[in-house]
Design a protein around this ligand. Sequence first.
Ligand SMILES: Cc1cc2nc3c(=O)[nH]c(=O)nc-3n(C[C@H](O)[C@H](O)[C@H](O)COP(=O)(O)OP(=O)(O)OC[C@H]3O[C@@H](n4cnc5c(N)ncnc54)[C@H](O)[C@@H]3O)c2cc1C
Ligand SMILES: NC(=O)c1ccc[n+]([C@@H]2O[C@H](COP(=O)([O-])OP(=O)(O)OC[C@H]3O[C@@H](n4cnc5c(N)ncnc54)[C@H](OP(=O)(O)O)[C@@H]3O)[C@@H](O)[C@H]2O)c1
Length: 284
Amino acid sequence: MAVHMATGIAVPAREHDSDHQAPLQAPVETPSGCHAETVTEVEHYTDRLFRFRISRPASFRFRSGEFVMIGLPGTRPVFRAYSIASPSWDDTLEFYSIKVPAGPLTEYLQRVQPGDTIWMRRKATGTLVLDALLPGRNLWMFGTGTGIAPFASVIRDPESYEKFESLVLAHGCRLTAELAYGQQVVTATYSDPLVGDLATNRLKLIDATTRQPHARTGRLTTLLETGSLESIAGAPLDPATDRVMICGSMAMLRDMRDALESGGFTEGSNARPGTLVIEKAFVD
Ligand SMILES: Cc1cc2nc3c(=O)[nH]c(=O)nc-3n(C[C@H](O)[C@H](O)[C@H](O)COP(=O)(O)OP(=O)(O)OC[C@H]3O[C@@H](n4cnc5c(N)ncnc54)[C@H](O)[C@@H]3O)c2cc1C
Ligand SMILES: NC(=O)c1ccc[n+]([C@@H]2O[C@H](COP(=O)([O-])OP(=O)(O)OC[C@H]3O[C@@H](n4cnc5c(N)ncnc54)[C@H](OP(=O)(O)O)[C@@H]3O)[C@@H](O)[C@H]2O)c1
């Protein structure tokens, strides 16, 4: 059993820790209200970003765009909110994750490998769902960093294409390598047997960096303010016809919400749908 330096939380030793020969994730009883699921796939993009898939319990239901609490087996496990990046129809559950140096969860989560166990609480929730938006013609999704995760779910859901004529996914990151996951998901969506035909010509990815050269540079707020996003999307952002989902840091949410509210958008919720819905990608 390893002890996390910052928190003192005991975390089971991992097979791939070179200094540990102990069996991976020594048996610990699954807490009540949790599923114990198996990691099926892991892919790393940068030293800060990776994705993984886990098995899906037969009883687990969620709406595309929702998040769930996940943790790793340990005597005092840490649970953190994670957007489910796969769509609601998928057989397995995908997550896209940051690696925070010395982060209570991700210090360990970044080392998971196929076969490892992940704990997941039973109930998914969230506001980045189609139900929280009024009917509209075009769906815009603005995500920065790992804030793209809920939209990786929404763009792979056929219901999004039933409800909207077009989907625009805008993804902003600091570095070009941080755009890879969004590009990969959108490319896979175009060739997906279930949604590929729907997404082709109706889903557009607009990605941009702020700290490295790329085809588009600048914060999403700046690209919105200057009209660049609308010009690339080929249509103005209009509260009469368009609906917006935003996911990013607290600062990004504040600035993007201010810009959209001054343009006539109003925030909605599951209880009272609106033209704009917002969710934190992490807590600063
Ligand atoms: C509704 C909701 C959904 C979330 N969905 C995801 C998701 O899909 N993928 C994901 O990686 N994280 C997501 N998070 C953040 C996640 O809950 C954890 O904060 C993250 O996994 C780091 O956990 P930690 O225990 O290692 O560090 P923490 O103690 O949780 O965080 C330490 C610090 O790291 C930074 N940080 C945390 N998360 C991020 C992030 N995602 N991007 C950039 N900086 C970050 C912040 O400065 C934070 O104060 C979500 C958070 C919320 C509230
Ligand atoms: N990405 C990295 O390489 C890196 C490396 C080490 C540590 N970190 C730390 O990790 C944390 C999160 O970094 P992150 O890059 O994942 O997320 P982030 O800081 O939220 O940045 C993601 C993208 O959002 C943009 N952004 C930030 N604030 C915004 C706002 N108010 N309005 C519109 N866009 C905004 C950023 O532009 P700007 O570049 O203009 O801010 C960047 O393009 C930070 O605390 C950071 O210090 C990041």
